[in-house]
Ligand binder design. Structure first.
Ligand code: NDP
Length: 325
């Protein structure tokens, strides 16, 4: 069938994205075809568009969406035409009116969760869940540092930390973002473009530092993040918003306190059906209870995907953004 989709022929800036009519084949036996109502936009999409995370070209873009199942592959048993669903999984291509998705990574959306929230929560929410429950299982009463606290992942993290009884110190790029992070449950904020982050973290923690830093900013914050950690603390480097971290001198981990570093990605925490189903049930439960509200704050027509990427990369967005086909 014919459908409209954002495609790229080459990597580069936002201008390489083009809204194009494509032929979408019927779903393979293990896929479902989804009539997309909202597409989640993630910083990862910008890495794939720019070439930092290579795609085979030409390619679609987008890794998160919600909509209604319109066709079901003949080996799929748990989903039916008409089901409301949400998902976050490759291959990239959710910036579209319709898309074929791997059925075992598609979740039925509870009635209480709308399409925009569904589209914005599967990658961002499942990421916060694995970071807080598996990469470093947080305990009530702990104080942690989380960078870019007013972003899409960040505003979910603020609320989930509060729900767990954790004091989150969040870094943010402006006063307005600091206010927003606080409103979402962030206990302390630091304006990392002007303030000395390690000094403030030490002041807040009585000189001890934090047991874990969650850092998705990457190159610009990596070393300062190490200086915020307690002895034998864990640095979780999970993104590259300012550029990738390269050429790390392992000796730094020794001199700064026998530190640990991990560079996780969601796929390795959601690789089996059991891991996926457990994580999704947990995410839906915190959202349905009202403890975490999915912060959809920007909406763009699908045709304006380029403007959306410019705003995201220009640090002009807060919370999550969605494209509406
Ligand atoms: P955000 O909405 O958080 O946008 C990125 C934010 O990073 C900006 O708003 C900005 O906030 C901050 N930032 C700091 N430096 C820069 C810079 N030089 N250029 C642009 N932004 C900068 O995006 P997402 O919620 O989509 O993703 C957040 C991060 O999480 C990304 O790095 C992403 O790659 C990562 N991620 C990792 C996953 C994993 O499994 N490893 C899965 C999902 C996301 P401010 O102005 O406050 O500094």
């Amino acid at each position: 069938m014919k459908t409209q989709a954002i495609r790229i022929e080459t990597t580069g800036g936002p201008e390489v994205m083009r809204l194009t009519e494509i032929d979408l084949p019927d779903p393979a036996p293990d896929q479902v075809q989804v009539n997309i109502r909202a597409c989640g936009v993630n910083f990862i999409d910008t890495y794939q568009r720019s070439g930092l995370y290579p795609l085979t070209l030409p390619s679609g873009l987008g890794n998160e969406a919600a909509g209604i199942v319109s066709k079901v592959g003949n080996a799929v048993r748990h989903l039916r035409e008409g089901d409301r669903v949400a998902y976050a999984s490759g291959p990239a291509g959710t910036y579209a009116q319709a898309h074929n998705a791997p059925a075992n990574r598609v979740a039925k959306l509870p009635d209480a969760i709308g399409f925009e929230e569904g589209a914005a929560m599967m990658l961002k929410g499942l990421t916060v869940r694995y970071l807080f429950k598996e990469t470093y299982p947080l305990k009530s009463g702990e104080t942690i540092l989380f960078h870019a606290a007013a972003g899409g992942v960040g505003l979910i993290a603020c609320q989930w930390a509060r729900h767990l009884g954790v004091n989150m110190i969040g870094t943010v790029g402006s006063e307005e973002k600091a206010r927003l992070a606080s409103e979402h449950g962030c206990a302390h904020t630091i304006l990392y473009r002007t303030e000395d982050v390690p000094a403030k973290v030490r002041a807040i923690t009585g000189g001890r530092g934090v047991p874990v830093v969650y850092d998705s900013v990457g190159k610009a914050t990596f070393e300062a993040s190490l200086d915020c950690l307690q002895r034998r603390g864990l640095m979780v480097s999970f993104g590259n918003a300012s550029g990738p971290v390269t050429g790390v001198n392992l000796g730094l981990l020794m001199t700064k306190g026998s530190l640990y570093v991990t560079r996780p990605t969601a796929a390795h925490y959601l690789s089996t059906d059991e891991e996926f189903n457990t994580a999704v049930a947990d995410l839906f439960a915190v959202v349905e209870s009202g403890a975490v509200k999915i912060p959809v704050r920007h909406r763009y027509p699908l045709s304006e995907a380029a403007r959306c990427h410019e705003d995201l990369e220009g640090r002009r967005t807060t919370g999550a953004s969605v494209l509406l086909p």
